[in-house]
Design a protein around this ligand. Structure first.
Ligand SMILES: Nc1ncnc2c1ncn2[C@@H]1O[C@H](COP(=O)(O)OP(=O)(O)OP(=O)(O)O)[C@@H](O)[C@H]1O
Ligand code: SF4
Ligand SMILES: [Mg+2]
Length: 338
């Protein structure tokens, strides 16, 4: 029987940076569920905490930042053995368990491939090293697997390309090499942070298609961080919308696009042209600035920009993320629930 428990459950995550100037509450309540074999998108304006959330999952937050509270429940199901739940938020960044999970069970690809590919080693050396770090195979076997992986991501003549350096590859080929590197250990979750923004539109589409194909082959889930709502509509099963460090809405993609509930999601939908949909008239930029993360507004973080705010309530009390009755969608807004 298929395992129905979610692969990853982030609950009430808070990640802060303690600077001399004050505390940056970069993530101030992230609740995100990633079911098995699914693609979940995280969207929201620049600075809303998407990357910090991703880094928190992998314990990549560096001082003066730290995970302040919340849980990051990772469910690993060994081939034959009972399911094990690990709270990644409690693991030490350099612990053996965390190093095993990072790169082995959860892989991440970044916006700019040169962040994760070393310029001074060949593509092949980097992939074989990653394979041997997580699996007991010989150097020759690892090289063979690396060639297969490069072939799988559509790099032509992988037997030759394996010995090239990242700078010798085009942007699109580099992105493919990075995907090969991240997937060489067959992770259960791939976190992709703006993986295609640096590429031209055609290459973007090819890379996204490739990720979805590999997802099928490897039974893996994808957490896709993107500004592009068109990409979300085409690739994601579920979406989490973030605003100022909080997840303000979470829903399946169709429901979110057909009937956005949170005023911020509604504004986001109106402000961004969606690929493949006829332009529904004028695009409205969301009014007002994203507030300073040092000084979060009292009450609902969106209230200074919200056209539907309830005076005396929204500017005083912070709403909780609530599941809407009879659905598996959740909204953080006083317009819904008590
Ligand atoms: N190392 C750091 N030190 C201090 N503040 C940080 C650090 N990293 C991130 N922040 C702050 O945390 C907040 C969230 O940043 P984050 O990078 O997660 O945003 P994002 O949603 O990924 O934005 P973008 O879409 O631009 O990538 C921002 O206010 C940012 O300035
Ligand atoms: S809680 Fe109030 S201010 Fe916040 S989004 Fe809902 S209606 Fe707007
Ligand atoms: Mg980011």
């Amino acid at each position: 029987m298929e395992n129905q428990t979610p692969l990853l459950e982030i609950k009430g995550l808070k990640t802060y940076f303690f600077l001399d100037e004050g505390i940056v509450k970069a993530v101030e309540g992230a609740d995100i569920t990633v079911p098995r074999k699914s693609t979940v998108g995280i969207v929201g304006e620049s600075g809303c905490g998407k990357t910090v959330t991703a880094y928190s999952i992998l314990q990549l937050i560096e001082r003066p930042g730290r995970i302040e509270s919340g849980q990051i429940l990772w469910r690993r199901a060994p081939e034959n053995g009972p399911e094990e739940v690990i709270d990644l938020a409690t693991l030490k960044p350099n612990s053996r368990a965390m190093r095993q999970i990072r790169g082995g069970e959860i892989a991440m690809i970044f916006q700019e491939p040169l962040t994760s590919l070393s310029p001074v080693h060949t593509v092949g050396d980097q992939i074989t090293e990653a394979i041997r770090l997580h699996r007991p195979v010989s150097a020759a076997e690892a090289r063979e697997q690396a060639i297969q992986m490069l072939h799988r991501v559509g790099i032509p003549k992988p037997e030759q390309r394996i010995d090239t350096y990242p700078f010798q590859l085009s942007g699109g080929m580099r992105q493919r090499a990075m995907i090969a590197l991240s997937l060489s250990c067959h992770p259960k979750l791939l976190i992709a942070d703006e993986p295609t923004t640096a590429l031209d539109v055609t290459t973007q589409a090819q890379i996204l298609e490739l990720m979805l194909e590999l997802q099928n082959d490897f039974d893996m889930s994808i957490l896709l961080i993107t500004h592009n709502l068109g990409v979300v509509a085409e690739t994601c099963d579920r979406v989490a919308v973030m605003y100022l460090g909080e997840v303000v809405e979470q829903a399946d993609t169709a429901s979110l696009f057909n009937e956005p509930k949170h005023p911020y999601t509604q504004a986001l939908m109106r402000s961004i042209p969606i690929l493949g949909q006829r332009n529904r008239g004028r695009l409205d930029p969301i009014k007002g600035m994203v507030p300073d993360p040092y000084n979060r507004p009292k009450g609902c973080a969106f209230h200074p920009r919200c056209t539907q705010r309830i005076a005396g309530l929204c500017d005083q009390k912070s709403p909780l993320l609530q599941t809407l009755p009879g659905s598996d969608r959740a909204v953080r807004c006083w317009l819904y629930g008590e």
